[in-house]
Structures are given as C-alpha cells and as structure tokens.
Design a protein around this ligand. Structure first.
Ligand code: 3HC
Ligand code: NAI
Length: 697
C-alpha cells in the first residue's frame, strides 16, 4: 500500500487515511494510494469506504508544486470519476480545510460528513485556474447554479454549517474524522442506503450566464480565471451530458493552466509564504510582546494602535496635548466602531478595547511597562530624535523601539538613543489597521532578536512582513517615486494624466498615479519635492505642472479639486479637472517641450519599465534580499495586480531582454532618468530571470 494513504479494514468498511503532511495535498503518491485503496476495497469484498485525513486537515487541494510540470497518472479528474463510479458506498469525513481538489474528492464520494469547524471551498480561481476535477460540474448539482457560481468565482471558504444548509454535505458531527466517518457509514449500511453519485443527478438550472460572465470579468479587473470558471459552470447546466460537461471543464482548465496569470498567482501564493522566512532568523527567539506603546495618534498612530488592540495587545498611546489625546482616542474609537459595525468585534469587546486595553496620555512615564513602541510622529528628523531620546529615558531595558518613518534614516534616529541595538523601522501603510504590508527596516546595529520581534509582531498583526535595508523610501516608496516620475514625464511629453490613469487601471491597479495623488493629498508630495529641490541633480528633468496645481491650492480630494474635481465628494469619484490641461500646456511651453501622442501601450510600458528598473536596483543594492521581496511589497502595499505576481515576476514573463532594450531606447531621450540597473544588465547577459535569484540559482 502507498505510504501516503493507509488502508485499514473495520468489518465491512475499508478506511483510507491520508497521511501526507502538512496539508494532505493530492500529490502523485496520494492519488496512487487512493486509487489502490478503492480497488483493494472492491476486490476484498468491502461494502463501503471511508476517506479521511490524518493531522490537521482533510485534503487541502491538488499539490500546487506539481503545476507546470508534466502531469502523472492517475490524474485527479479520472480518480474522482473512478471514486464516484465505485459500486461500494464511499463516504468522506472532513475536518480542517477541504479545498479545491480536496473538496472535489469529497464531492465524488457518495456521502459527506464533517466536523463543525471544517472549512470548505473551491479557491482555484485565486491560483489562476478553475476547479478541474469535476468541481464546476458537481457543486452546482448539489448547491444550485447561483450558489455554486458565487462560491467558485470568489473562491471563498465556507463553513460546515453553510455547506449543510446548501446541501453540499449531509451531516455535521462533533468528534474525530475516523470515528464520525465510521459511525455514519455503518448507519448508512444498516439502513440499506443507496450509492448516490452526484454526477448522476439532474443538471442544474440555467441562468443568464453571459451576464454573469461579463459582471465577473469586470469585477476581476483583468483577472481571467473567475470569468472563465463561469463558462465551466455553464457547461454543467447546458452540456448534453455530465461527461460532456467534464470535458468542457477540462478544456477550460488546461487553457488557464497554460496562462501567464496562473504563473503570476502561483508565484504570489508561494512568495507570500516565503517572504517572512529569513535564514538569519532560524533559531532566534523573538522578545515577548504583550504591551505596546505608540507615539503620536494621527492617521498612522491611531491605525497602528487599532491593529494592535484588535489582536489582543494592550496599548499606551502618547500625544502632545490634551486636545491631541482626545483626537487620538476619537480616531481609534472610530476605527473600532467600523470593526463593530462589520461584526468583527462585539460591543463587549469594543468596550474592553477602548476601555481597559487602551491608555492615552501626554506623559511618557506611562511607557514604563511596554515591550515595544512604535513612533508615528511628524516626519521630521529633529522631532523624531527628540522623541527617541525620551523613549530611551522612559522605556524599560530590552523594550524594542521602532519608527514608522516613511523616508528618514533609521540609523540616525537610532543614534539618538543609548541602545541602537533595540531600534528598528516598522513601516506600516495607511490605513494601518487595514493594509497588509509591513516593511521591517533593519538598521546597522539592530540586534537579531529585535528583527525577529518585528517579524513576530507582523505575524501577530496578520501582516505580510518584508525585510528592507535602509535607503530613501525603503523598498516600496523608493520604487513608487520613480514610476510616478515616469508617469509625470509622459504627461509633460504629451500624454494626459487621465490616459495614464486609464492605462494603469486597465493593467489591473485599482488606481492610477494621479488619482492616487489626489487621494493621498498632493501637498504631501509637494512638501517632499520642495525638500529635495536644493540637492536635486541638475541633469534631472523636472515637470512643474504638479507644483503649479498645488500653488493654486488644489491638493486633491481634501480640497475637492486636484487632477480630478470631486463635486460629489471623494466617494463619488472625480471628473477630470479642466485647468490641469492648461497647466500642462504652460509647463510644456516654458520648458520648450513639443507634445507628442503616446499609445496606451507605450504609456504603460514606460511606467512598468521604470518600476522594474528601480526594483532591480533595490535588489541589486541588497535593500531587498530577493526579487520576491519586492514583488510582495508591491502586491500588498501598492495595489499591484496579484495575477501578475509582482513587477519582477511580470518582467520575467515579458522577457528581460525586451525590457532592457526599451530602457536603453528611452535613455536616448533622457539618459539621466533611464539608467539601466546593473542587475538587469547582468541577468540579460547571463540569460537568467529574477525568479532564478529567488530560487538561489
Ligand atoms: N499544494 C502544495 N503545498 C501546499 C498546498 C497545496 N495545495 N497548500 C499548502 N501548501 C504548503 C504551503 O506552501 C506551506 O508550505 P511551507 O511550510 O513549506 O511554507 C504548508 O503547506 C503549510 O501551508 P500554510 O502555511 O498556508 O498553512 P495554513 O495552515 O496557514 O493554511 C491552507 C493551510 C488553508 C490549506 C492554505 O495552505 C491554503 O489555502 N492552501 C491552498 C489551498 C488551495 O488553493 N487548494 C486548491 C489547490 S488547486 C486544485 O486543487 C486544482 C484542482 O481543482 C484540480
Ligand atoms: P499625522 O500628522 O497624522 O500624525 C502625527 C501625530 O503625531 C499628530 O497627531 C501629532 O500631534 C503627534 N505628535 C507630533 N509630535 C509628537 C510628540 N513629540 N509626541 C507625541 N505626539 C506627537 O501624521 P501621519 O500621517 O500619521 O504620519 C506619522 C508618521 O508615519 C510619519 O513619520 C509618516 O511619514 C509616517 N507614515 C505615514 C503614512 C501615511 O500614509 N500617512 C504611511 C506610512 C508612514
């Protein structure tokens, strides 16, 4: 018998136990074992089969690591059909997460039982594919077309109670899977229950599939898998037989399996898990964190405090004045009220989190017991150094002292204390209780266990934590400043800001750079420009239209006008501001630029080439350890479309030689901005990809 599937005989029942840790993925050995188990049960005269998983879960899906390699028999769809066709009664007993191919095995069984905590789902679209082992044909036969469409196109997990309610499972029982499975099977045998194949049930009802397809495509912002899955469910309703439906599902599955988007999404799946695993942290224990301090209760401080409270940390927040204290408390209460309204916390929890778990004070002495402090005061080196001096005086020995600075040098901040080994950057993104990214910035003297504590905190806050070295803007903001500049250059040269925003959103970003500027407040970037102006290289081209707009008092959404006009308030979305074209024309005239036409494709190409080139510099300089670190920063902090995997995965898929050739061509017009990254040149010369670096090749 296969090692991945154990065979046991209990009276008339054959018991097949999956033992393929950590998640009982349906790799080749598991598939072989299941097939052999069914055949043996049949040949040995068993009357029924129970399938369950050892450890923390039933099958969590196909083995994703096999994707892109030549498939090996038995294939999962055939195995599912074989299980369904068995003359014995097959029962699946589920616990943990029965996902994707896992749920498809269960749907091919004749009866399904689960423990109350079991979660199920067909999350394949999130990996760029669709359920390819009959899930799109069997689920609608049990749950109905509409419910199945919703579950398959969103890929969401659902609980046992919902599964029972929708007819996807037959029973919920407390207990361990083997025992509840055996008891249920015996009961079925005793009652003379029939073999019950989902594939033999009537086809589900048809709906307006074209309308669902269009709506799903639009919602996916360029992602193809959810919309393609609609066509597979359509086949369940409309194909002439169950087998014909399975065939159609297979064809659509294969189409997606061969797509770039599948590669991008699988890259995102594994990178999301790899990004926080640092070899240097192996065996290093993080420091204990139960009480957290936050300095400054503005936008970021209040968001960070909210995130900490929501995962059970107590928070001491320091503001400058009594008014500041009241405002900070109000912001945190507002955030938590949102969580209360969405049902994430109860009224009792709300009262506890805003009551005993939260202290807001003007007195730094209140920080005496905290284990970790995050400073989020004004972005000013003098102010930050003064605050860190006070933290040094008031915090207990061993407390981790973190700064949320966006751009400032963490080494210089650390030097304001007598304990630079305890200082680190923890760069959250706005709104901090919502955004998933956390850049963990390592300073020169940061101790390994302080770095480990930063990552442990990130995990506790359910963030994607990425290690960054020190540079102006760390990984994300540094890259963003460069691609935003590329966007301004194409506008100065003749494209419109609206064409840029459209090209970028068509690519899959939720927003373009000009709409984003309006949202964040144009004045913030304007201040940074003024700060940098004295040290700017004379060779740098400087578009002026952005500053002209700010000089007129238009800062974006907060003033009702920026690149767009927001007559119906920020939520109504904006319409192009007609004054912007005049300012751009004036800028062109003053700089002697003759505007030309750009195709949408060229606009996007320049934007992306600028992003990839700077990302390659960030990796080449060691600010990011691996290309995948940059990819995860852009995915979780900057809205980069997940189905492309990140800018460097996207670059691999496009071909690095073409990107380098384009950068060189752009350099003919502006060889200061378009300086190719040495790492990009090296990879092209060696015929390698960014992903080779991820794999340590
Ligand atoms: N194949 C291969 N490896 C998998 C895997 C899978 N389906 N699912 C998880 N793993 C690996 C992870 O990469 C991780 O490996 P690591 O320890 O080396 O980093 C390990 O298992 C543990 O995973 P997590 O850290 O994610 O553990 P959690 O307990 O947090 O989550 C989970 C468990 C909910 C099962 C989560 O891993 C998950 O969502 N997995 C993917 C499920 C999925 O998408 N299934 C559908 C697959 S596609 C399919 O079935 C096609 C079919 O229709 C033909
Ligand atoms: P903010 O202006 O909204 O809040 C700053 C708060 O700090 C104010 O409430 C102020 O009263 C308080 N403060 C100032 N000096 C203080 C002191 N000495 N002691 C106690 N409190 C003091 O600013 P915001 O946006 O929250 O930014 C804070 C920090 O976070 C900055 O370093 C910024 O660069 C960084 N950051 C900002 C992001 C954003 O999107 N706003 C994103 C990521 C980081």
């Amino acid at each position: 018998m296969s090692e991945a599937i154990a065979y046991e005989r209990v009276g008339d029942v054959a018991v097949l136990k999956a033992q393929n840790p950590p998640v009982n993925a349906l790799g080749i050995d598991v598939r072989k074992g299941l097939l052999a188990g069914i055949e043996r049960a049949e040949s040995e005269g068993a009357k029924a089969v129970v399938i369950y998983g050892e450890g923390k879960t039933y099958f969590a899906g196909a083995d994703i690591r096999e994707f892109g390699r030549p498939p090996q028999e038995p294939y999962l769809p055939g195995l599912c059909s074989r299980i369904e066709a068995s003359p014995l009664i097959v029962v699946s007993a589920m616990h943990g997460t029965a996902l994707g191919g896992g749920l498809e095995v269960a749907l091919s069984s004749h009866y399904r039982i689960a423990v109350p905590s079991a979660k199920m789902g067909l999350p394949e679209v999130n990996l760029g594919i669709l359920p390819g082992a009959g899930g799109t044909q069997r689920l609608p036969r049990l749950a109905g077309t509409e419910a199945a469409l919703e579950m398959i196109t969103t890929g969401r997990h659902f609980g046992a109670a919902e599964a029972l309610d929708k007819g996807i499972i037959d029973r919920i029982e407390e207990g361990v899977p083997r025992e509840i499975g055996l008891a249920y099977t015996q009961e079925l045998l005793d009652a003379g229950a029939p073999r019950r194949a989902v594939g033999e049930m009537p086809a589900p009802e048809a709906v307006d599939f074209d309308a669902v397809y269009e709506a799903t495509l639009k919602k996916g912002r360029g992602q193809l898998s959810p919309a393609t899955a609609v066509r597979a469910v359509q086949a369940a309703a409309e194909a002439e037989s169950f087998e014909a439906g399975l065939k159609r599902e297979r064809a659509l599955f294969t189409e997606l399996m061969e797509s770039d988007q599948r590669q991008g999404l699988i890259h995102a799946f594994f990178s999301e898990r790899a990004v926080s695993k640092l070899p240097e942290l192996e065996g290093i224990e993080p420091r204990e964190v139960a009480a957290m301090g936050v300095i400054g209760g503005g936008t970021m401080g209040a968001g960070i405090a909210t995130a900490a409270l929501l995962v059970g940390l107590s928070v001491v927040l320091i503001e400058m004045t009594d008014e500041g204290v009241a405002a900070a408390r109000g912001r945190i209460q507002g955030n938590l009220q949102g969580a209360l309204k969405r049902g994430k916390i109860t009224q009792v929890q709300y009262d506890q989190l805003t009551g005993e778990a939260l202290t807001v004070s003007t007195d730094y002495a209140a920080l005496g017991k905290v284990d970790l402090v995050v400073e989020a005061v004004f972005e000013d080196m003098g102010v930050k150094r003064e605050v860190f001096g006070k933290l040094d005086a008031h915090c207990k020995p061993g407390a981790v002292l973190a700064t949320n600075t966006s751009y400032l040098d963490v080494d210089e901040i650390a030097a304001a204390t007598s304990r630079p080994q305890d200082v680190i950057g923890l760069h959250f993104f706005s709104p901090a209780h919502v955004m998933k990214l956390l850049e963990v910035v390592v300073a020169e003297k940061t101790a390994p266990e302080v770095l480990a504590t930063g990552f442990a905190l990130g995990k506790r806050l359910k963030k994607v934590a990425v290690r960054s070295g020190i540079c102006d803007g760390f990984i994300g903001n540094r890259i963003m400043n460069v691609y935003r500049k590329a966007a301004e250059y194409v506008v100065l040269d003749g494209a419109s800001p609206y064409q840029v925003d459209k090209a970028v959103t068509t690519f899959g970003f939720p927003m373009g750079p000009f709409a984003m500027g309006d949202l964040a407040g144009l004045d913030i970037n304007w201040a940074a420009r003024k700060r940098r102006a004295p040290t700017r290289d004379p060779r740098e081209r400087v578009p002026r239209f952005y500053e002209m707009l700010c000089e007129g008092g238009d800062f974006g959404q907060k003033t009702g006008k920026g690149f767009y006009v927001y007559e119906d308030g920020p939520r109504g979305g904006g319409v192009p501001n007609p004054q912007v074209a005049e300012l751009i024309a004036k800028d062109q005239e003053q700089q002697g630029v003759a505007p030309r036409e750009f195709s949408d494709a060229e606009v996007l190409r320049r934007y992306m080439c600028a992003m990839v080139n700077e990302a390659a510099k960030v990796v080449g300089e060691g600010i990011a350890r691996r290309p995948l670190d940059v990819d995860m920063v852009m995915l979780f902090g900057y809205g980069f479309p997940r189905f492309w995997g990140g800018p460097l995965k996207w670059a691999d898929l496009q071909g690095l030689d073409g990107i380098l050739a384009d950068i060189r061509a752009y350099a003919v017009e502006d060889d200061f901005f378009w300086q190719p990254a040495p790492l990009l040149e090296q990879l092209v010369a060696d015929g390698k990809s960014f992903d080779d670096l991820n794999k340590g090749a």
